[in-house]
Ligand binder design. Sequence first.
Ligand code: ACM
Ligand code: ZN
Length: 685
Amino acid sequence: MKRLILPLLAALSIVLYAQELRVIPYPQYMQADEGMYAPEGGVQTLYTDLKGSDRKELLDYIATTSLPLKVVKKQSKAHVRLLLDGLDPSFTQPEAYRIEITPQGADLYACDVRGLFYGWQTLLQLDGQSLPAGTGEHSLPLVKIFDQPRLQWRGWHMDVSRHFFDKEFIKKQLRMMARYKINRFHWHLNDNEGWRLQIRQYPRLTDSTAYRPQRLWEDWGNAGRRFCSAKAANAYGGFFTQNDIRDIVEYARKLHIEVVPEIDVPGHSRAITAAYPNLSCTGRAYENDVLCLGNEETFTFVTNILTEVIELFPYEYLHIGGDEADRSHWARCPKCQTVMQREGLHEVSELQSWFTRRLEDWLTAHGRKLLGWDEIMEGGLSPRATVMSWRGVQSGIEAARDGHDVVMVPWQCYLDNAQDDPTTEPRGVGGYVPLRTTYAFNPVPDALNETQSTHILGLQGNVWTERIATNSHAEYMIYPRICAIAENGWTWPENKSWERFYTFALDEVDYLHAQGYNAFNLAAEKGDREEAQGMIEHLALGHTPVYTHQPSPKYPAHGVGTLTDGERGSYNYQEGQWLGFENEDLEATIDLDSLRDLHEIYADFMQRADQWIWLPSAVIISASNDGENWQILSNEPWQVDYDDPTIRFQRFGWQGTTTARYIRFTAKASGRTGGWLFTDEIVIK
Ligand code: ACM
Ligand code: ZN
């Protein structure tokens, strides 16, 4: 019976979703009736009681949308009415709105222009839809909607340093972000690969480190990571003038998107130390990518930059980076050591904290809030800092428990990962984060109580561009996953539904393509690694191996039984089926409890060069009847290609005929210090 019902329910739900009104992110409450409001000649006129600049800006915006209604002075003459107020008192947020569409017309209510703006986004998506499906343009379905966001921070992050993305690209994406009610644009403006923001006081930043002779990040890395002037042959890069910045900030403001600039210090600072070598610990350019924190000029330099940044960006948050600083330089630097002694700092992480705290005091004195990557917690977190938790959610949980605000951006939010088979997708950072995985991410961890949860401001989708060199590739990585980010931030978990979202996202991709955005073609998605899609039956199932070297506690998967549990890993080594060995061979001995006839033994290994995960340098499979006398069944050496940047999955094994009770499966580590071996199952048949 069960077998019949499940497919039936699935089929029914597809029919239901096909008939549901399609809105992304999904509203908190939406009740649709059959039929539509379709006045003669279509929906054409609009009335609003908004006043002043809000009125002008919203009407100007509406004129650019796909529903460019004519404004009328009399409410009774309007097809659509945008009215302040009229909200249920439980809808308290400035982004809240209510829509009521009846055979008499469409009313949109909000207590703030932001609510009207978001209600408008919903109307734009509803235009032309109705139950049952299929109508012309500029008719509106009969529906009641109450809506407001779950979380206040729903962001898109863009790295314009590793490759340069210009003003028109940014504006084009911001227009689409507004459709999904995204309200933050985190702009990663500097990194080792280029400085992208004009600073009047430090012209060398853009004069000497905004361009490079190689277009592709990898070519630049291989060629020695040098910058060049804009006039040099083959110069690639660019920067935003302060006028460009003002233009984009204003453009975003009209879309109700706050721009959060990031000046990433003290790590990721190769462009800075190339332009101003005195700010590195050695005083020489190109030697490292870390600022010298023992040099008081560094603090002056950064705060001078922030002074100009503050003039350009009117919002409370400034992101100061703080991630991945190679602190070892400070341990060797006399200036850094002097400051550590003077300040009583014992660890180099405390030196970074000391610097971050000074920046925070400075920002507070200038009326701004400090935001940084979760490394700013190491060595002691500044009292008022907000944390962007990117190395998983644990730092975010700790920060929220300590009363800090947090934006969650773990790997599920890293849109530089492949969204389909990473062995065939355009190259990204190397991982695998399909739409479903991004959608499943809940930015408010269950581990937090109600009060702590209020510190989770929200989440964002991060686009890092080491391997994303073109506009079309960037769009491919952004869409449709940013829709999942948006819904995770906007829609309460109980109002989310993967099945519904997926069917909507399929249509949304068509819409994006029609609008000239190179979205990933969701309809052609291949899905996860075939091996990961079901259990495998084999003789070793449940026979927990004995390991000569224990797996790393960093990648314990499901413990020592992982390799004989019948479950195999996805494309993503972080998802709990891949057992990791750090610097060690895998040597697993399996007791099958009795003599068995054997004809096949194998395991799959992963290579991901960017994460130092290598295939084994040899796989040796032995068999024994008594656990003492061993016979080698196969010994397969493998030449590890450390330069192969593609993600690879490779099977090593034996086929033949033998009888044995014990199997020893040995995979030799690659021999690179710090390297990893990852495997998911030892299959014995
Ligand atoms: C980061 O991905 N380095 C914040
Ligand atoms: Zn130093």
